[in-house]
Design a protein around this ligand. Structure first.
Ligand SMILES: Nc1ncnc2c1ncn2[C@@H]1O[C@H](COP(=O)(O)OP(=O)(O)OP(=O)(O)O)[C@@H](O)[C@H]1O
Length: 409
């Protein structure tokens, strides 16, 4: 899909020692459905036999992450992704196997969870910073920067218990930025704080990855994993089913979902006015047609309009999907380096042409997604069906240029 902006240097030089090594890690949680189960589990803990008669959440997971690598963990709800991250963060101990982690870890998991409610923000920063391994001198040097990043004004000298949850998250994230972690662990992509704080976090993340940072990310967004990660690992029911190049693994995962025919229309949450939105999408020239017909081999034009709540130039992602769910092609304006045109305040338009359309006859769906200017978060999607018509006896979804040559030399 082109070169990723974040974590873009996909050929970083790796050192020989991994920052993270998981060796046949398994985690078993006790079954706690009856009071008898609870007693048995408690007894097991007292005897140091954790996981007695439990259910496995992770089984035989082995992987290595080297400095400068970005690894995405994907899988369905409850697959064990967060549990895996928690093992690396050291929050959870494995029931079997070994977890080895070296270097400073910045875990963006439960931001602010370690803060003490009675202490002020400043006191908590000092305390947590020390716990994270910062020296007094380092803390003193960085405190101003952390407070500036958190940007919570005079609340910094108020006890944390007076903070909103957003303020706690701001402080937690600001602390991680100052930690300059060797390894960053995050659940989903920076879904923290309000809009403007999220942007600040994304910019920081860009810088971190651009400077060769190491990332362990768990996400349900294949787009984010493809964009941010070099490698991906697919966890299914606690087991690793695939591990390798991010694009390859995410494709396998998407194909699995297609097979599961999970294509019932997802109920869309109402969009807030703070969201980037697709206001209009036109296919071809005949915009009044219910089902636009496009001739194979002819130019196919689409155009649309996006709303940008902060008047910054949004990104549009365009995807073509065959009626049976097969993903054919996808790209974004930011991958192509195209900036949408401002038509009026907060309204941006785009138009594009697929010259000599190479799709084979059949029904397709064109999707336009509204994304933030960083091309990181998807906000809104509008889909339109269209039909490609033409005479062709070729097989598949699209025509590939090809040439026949003479016989054997
Ligand atoms: N502390 C716990 N005690 C018992 N079971 C747990 C505990 N934490 C997680 N689990 C179970 O472990 C399984 C994996 O959970 P986990 O949160 O790792 O999944 P996940 O892949 O991150 O899911 P999601 O995508 O929904 O966040 C789930 O069945 C969950 O209920």
């Amino acid at each position: 899909m082109g070169t990723a902006k974040i974590g873009g240097d996909k050929n970083k030089i790796m050192t020989t020692e991994p920052l993270v090594r998981l060796d046949q890690v398994s985690k078993i949680y006790p079954k706690l459905t009856s009071s008898q189960d609870r007693l048995r589990a408690l007894w097991g803990v007292l005897k140091g036999q954790e996981g007695y008669s439990g259910y496995p959440v992770l089984q035989d997971i082995s992987l290595e992450v080297y400095r400068g690598e970005t690894l995405g963990i994907i899988g369905e709800n409850g697959a064990g992704k967060s549990t895996l991250l928690k093992h690396v963060a050291g929050v959870v101990k494995p029931s079997a196997g070994k977890v080895q982690v070296s270097g400073r870890i910045g875990a963006l998991l439960e931001l602010g969870a370690g803060f003490h409610p009675e202490y002020t923000g400043r006191e908590n920063l000092q305390l947590s910073g020390a716990l994270m391994g910062m020296s007094d001198a380092e803390l003193l040097d960085k405190l101003g920067g952390i407070i500036e990043f958190a940007d919570i004004g005079s609340y910094i000298d108020e006890p944390i218990k007076h903070y909103s949850s957003g303020m706690v998250v701001r402080l937690g994230f600001a602390l991680i930025t100052a930690l300059q972690p060797d390894l960053l662990i995050t659940d989903e992509v920076l879904a923290v704080g309000d809009e403007s704080f999220q942007k600040k976090c994304i910019r920081w993340m860009e810088g971190y990855l651009g400077n060769g940072g190491t990332l362990l990310l768990c996400s349900h967004s294949m787009f984010h994993v493809q964009k941010l990660c070099q490698k991906a690992c697919w966890i299914k029911e606690g087991r690793m089913v695939s591990y390798g190049e991010a694009f390859q693994v995410t494709q396998e995962y998407l194909a699995y979902h297609e097979q599961k025919s999970r294509q019932e229309a997802q109920p869309q949450a109402p969009l807030s006015s703070a969201a980037y939105q697709v206001k209009a999408l036109w296919l071809g020239d005949n915009e009044n047609n219910e089902l636009p017909l496009v001739s194979m081999g002819q130019d196919f034009k689409i155009s649309g309009e996006l709303y940008s709540p902060d008047d910054r130039v949004p990104t549009v992602a365009v995807g073509i999907i065959r009626a049976n769910g097969t993903e054919v092609y996808g790209f974004t304006s930011d991958i192509d380096g195209f900036a949408l045109n401002r038509r009026e305040s907060k309204r941006f338009v785009f138009a594009l042409t697929f010259p000599r359309l190479s799709l084979l006859p059949g029904r397709y769906k064109l999707c336009a997604h509204a994304m933030d200017p960083e091309g990181i978060r998807l906000f809104d999607v509008v889909e339109r069906e269209f039909q490609v018509v033409g005479r062709s006896r070729e097989l598949g979804v699209c025509r590939l240029e090809h040439q026949w040559h003479g016989g054997l030399p």
